[in-house]
Design a protein around this ligand. Structure first.
Ligand SMILES: Cc1cc2nc3c(=O)[nH]c(=O)nc-3n(C[C@H](O)[C@H](O)[C@H](O)COP(=O)(O)OP(=O)(O)OC[C@H]3O[C@@H](n4cnc5c(N)ncnc54)[C@H](O)[C@@H]3O)c2cc1C
Length: 752
């Protein structure tokens, strides 16, 4: 992977891929800051663009039209993309706390993570009403609601909140559901829609002409409007209002004013009276100089404004400039947001009303204009200019102290050999942070390190050993550590062995001690988590400085002599089962070129970090006749090995081979791994009728990292085995081939 080779001097961490941060990311891609490592932490791989949400609900847009794909954007920015949820901050030690992974260190932190739902203070609402924020979660719920409505299970839907968001949402929901009911030949009038607001009128912050227009539209669409109704409680689908009115609904959507997430206040950041992060006009926290906040989560104390995407977008550019100034230790510049702005509010049916101050206008043309503006906004982030070339080491003197810079600029004279080892202090501190599992078989391990580890294998057990090592292909060191460990352990599982110990070999790019330590801690934390999960103990290793982050393991496992499962051993009549879908090679080749969707990469990583342990145990229980893990040689390469070792032929059903989301898409565009060409040499051992220009044919040769297991089981047990694997969580587990007696051909693999 081509990378900026400049040592890391400062860490800029962005929490949330909100509307201001996408601008910061794009601007970093256009004008990188060598020496600054940019990290984006986002709960979602795709950031929804709120302006297009009503159009998405109404059915005018599809998912990709209305979302910014954060993976390629982060890659364009040269940022590490960490797909995780932030749950807190350690402001003293300058760390971001994430769910299910170690904290991430920052020098400068920016938060643009949006608002939270505000129904917590309404008894009975939690878990019953559906908040529209966060939008990403709402969309999943919306799909389920559509299906239930079309199935006739939902008759009445209410939206609580009479601002622009609520009005647009109820109109979009009504438009879509009535149209789909009509298409299905169902009577649409049986659906009832309600809009509930505590204000005297809908759209209270807009001018009377806008309000009148919307009241007319709502009447015409037969949407009941309940004003001056402050919802005080919710019980079994019944809304109770302060004035005594009650409303019974099958589904309640919640679009009231934005609320603040709890974690910034809990962390100790100064917040305003509603809990939003209090910032200066420079967007810097009033309490913590190295923390910035923008968008809905922030409150600019000197310039209060409504929570709106418009302001978050406008803050992007000044935020970028002030983050750069803060990193260089330069004075910041204040930013004054505009007071009035144009709103284009849609009515669900490709019609919109424009509102600005006392001015209003309506029409179909306005909707198309809004569409043009919104699509142009999204295209700025989804259609990125050609990737920047990697840069060599260039250090900005303002980013660090003189002695640090002197040490780093002498890097080309840094020693190799043992002198390239990472310092013992750094290593010691990292090892202290790891939760290494203990096992009685380890006599001398990391608890009391010596020159080497000493193990006492149980009597009668055979020792199984394997080694793997590779360069990082993703930016998230913690997840890379998990993938590297999962990949190494796969060889042990494929032999039917139980992992026992692992020795790590790790290369970390050089940089200031604190940066090296943090990276090493992240990558090893991921690896140790997987080793623990799969029953192995880290007993030692070797670490060194180098150009790129790389990690590998020498792993040892134990197996009963009689229980070793080998590649040979397949018998005619056996069926071959593959436990994980293929496509990691092509997907990451596409990702490197910025051509893979973030959600494809997320599902590939989820598959890669899934343990092979339960699958191996299942195959062993079911007396698999042969087994291997699918890795670098691709499915066909491994099948050839198995067929030759077993002296049989294998009939492969190519159409049955499971593909990871997006894999066939990228293969059809000719995006393949650099190893594909070598793997295609296995074609010499392949014959059959399957079309060679099909992307699925290329998939058969795609090299896998941390791939699944491929095992042969007696034919009459195959279906039950697949059922068991799926119940164990291997959703892609599939029968893909049949073992036949050898016909004596030099090509033992027949692909249909
Ligand atoms: C139905 C509806 C329609 C709207 N229409 C418009 C409109 O037309 N125009 C307009 O200007 N405004 C509109 N708004 C308001 C708009 O949605 C918000 O003001 C805007 O999205 C705020 O942007 P943001 O950058 O603060 O955060 P967001 O856009 O909310 O982005 C925050 C991001 O941070 C991520 N995140 C959140 N929490 C965490 C965490 N703990 N860890 C990691 N990541 C996290 C989320 O996944 C999300 O991607 C609408 C709102 C609604 C509900």
């Amino acid at each position: 992977m081509e990378r900026d080779s400049t040592p890391v001097l400062k860490d800029l961490v962005l929490v949330g891929g909100g509307h201001s941060h996408v601008t910061v990311l794009r601007r970093f891609g256009m004008r990188p800051m060598p020496g600054v490592r940019l990290t984006l932490i986002s709960r979602e791989t795709h950031a929804p663009y709120s302006g297009m949400l009503p159009g998405l609900i109404a059915g005018h847009y599809v998912f990709d039209d209305a979302h910014i794909d954060l993976g390629p954007l982060a890659r364009f920015a040269g940022a590490r993309f960490i797909h995780a949820e932030v749950v807190g901050l350690d402001l003293q030690r300058k760390r971001v706390l994430c769910r299910d992974r170690p904290p991430i260190a920052y020098d400068v932190l920016a938060i643009d993570s949006g608002a939270a739902p505000t129904m917590a203070d309404v008894p009975g609402a939690a878990g019953v009403v559906v908040p529209v924020k966060p939008i990403d979660r709402f969309l999943g719920h919306w799909e389920a609601l559509r299906e239930r409505t079309l199935a006739g299970d939902v008759r009445s839907i209410g939206v609580v909140g009479g601002g622009a968001g609520g009005v647009e949402l109820i109109l979009a929901v009504a438009h879509r559901l009535r149209r789909e009911m009509r298409t299905k030949g169902r009577a649409a009038p049986e659906l009832r829609f309600h809009l509930v607001t505590d204000a005297d009128e809908v759209l209270p912050t807009h001018n009377p002409r806008v309000r009148r227009r919307f009241m007319r539209v709502l009447r015409r669409r037969k949407i009941e409007v309940l004003t001056s109704c402050r919802v005080t409680s919710v019980a079994s689908g019944r809304l109770h209002c302060a004035g005594g009115q009650d409303l019974v609904l099958d589904e309640i959507l919640w679009v009231t004013s934005a609320g603040a997430p709890a974690w910034p206040r809990a962390a100790g950041l100064d917040v305003d009276e509603r809990g939003f992060i209090a910032v200066e006009p420079t967007l810097r926290s009033v309490s913590h100089a190295e923390v910035f906040a923008s968008g809905d989560v922030a409150a600019v104390l000197a310039h209060p404004r409504p929570k709106s995407g418009v302001f978050a977008v406008r803050q992007g550019k000044p935020l970028d400039a002030n983050l750069r100034r803060a990193l260089r230790g330069r004075p910041l510049k204040p930013f004054t947001p505009q007071t009035r702005f144009l709103s284009l509010i849609s009515t669900g049916n490709r019609y919109a009303v424009a509102s600005r101050g006392t001015w209003a206008k309506a029409g179909y043309a306005l909707w198309w204009w809004k569409r043009w503006i919104d699509r142009r906004f999204i295209a700025r982030y989804n259609r990125l200019p050609t990737m920047r070339a990697p840069v060599g080491p260039r250090l900005d003197g303002a980013l660090a102290e003189r002695d640090v810079l002197d040490e780093l600029t002498a890097s080309d004279m840094r020693c190799g050999g043992c002198a390239a080892k990472i310092g013992s202090d750094v290593l010691g501190r990292v090892l202290d942070r790891l939760e290494v599992a203990e096992t009685p078989d380890v006599l001398i391990g990391l608890q009391a390190p010596d020159d080497a580890a000493v193990l006492v294998p149980p009597v009668g057990k055979a020792l199984v050993q394997s080694v793997d090592f590779f360069r990082a292909f993703i930016d998230d060191p913690f997840v890379f550590g998990k993938v590297a460990a999962s990949h190494a352990l796969a060889d042990l599982f494929a032999m039917g062995a139980t992992p026992q110990t692992a020795m790590a070999i790790v290369t970390v790019p050089f940089g200031p001690e604190a940066k090296v330590e943090e990276l090493l801690a992240q990558v090893m934390a991921g690896a140790v988590e997987v080793l623990r999960r799969d029953g192995a103990t880290l007993v030692g290793g070797h670490s060194t400085e180098g150009a790129d982050l790389a990690l590998g393991f020498a792993v040892q496992g134990l197996v009963d002599r009689g229980a070793i499962v080998r590649k040979g051993g397949m018998r005619p009549g056996d069926r071959l089962i593959l436990t994980k879908a293929l496509g990691t090679g092509a997907l990451f080749a596409a990702e490197m070129r910025g051509k893979a969707k973030g959600r494809w990469i997320a599902s590939a990583l989820a598959s890669m970090t899934q343990s092979n342990r339960a699958a191996a145990e299942c195959f062993t229980r079911r007396e698999a006749t042969a087994m291997t893990d699918v890795s670098g040689f691709g499915l066909c390469g491994h099948l050839v090995e198995m067929a030759r070792a077993s002296a049989v032929d294998v009939e492969l059903e190519a159409a049955a081979v499971p593909a990871l989301p997006g894999a066939l898409d990228v293969l059809s565009r000719g995006l393949v791994s650099s190893l594909q060409r070598q793997n295609l040499r296995a074609r010499r051992a392949v014959r059959g009728t399957f079309a060679k220009d099909e992307p699925r044919y290329a998939l058969l040769f795609d090299p896998q990292t941390a791939g699944g297991l491929l095992a042969s089981v007696p034919g009459d047990d195959a279906a039950a085995c697949v059922d068991e694997l799926r119940a164990l969580g291997y959703d892609a587990a599939t029968e893909i081939a049949t073992v036949r007696a050898s016909a004596g051909d030099p090509e033992p693999i027949i692909v249909h």
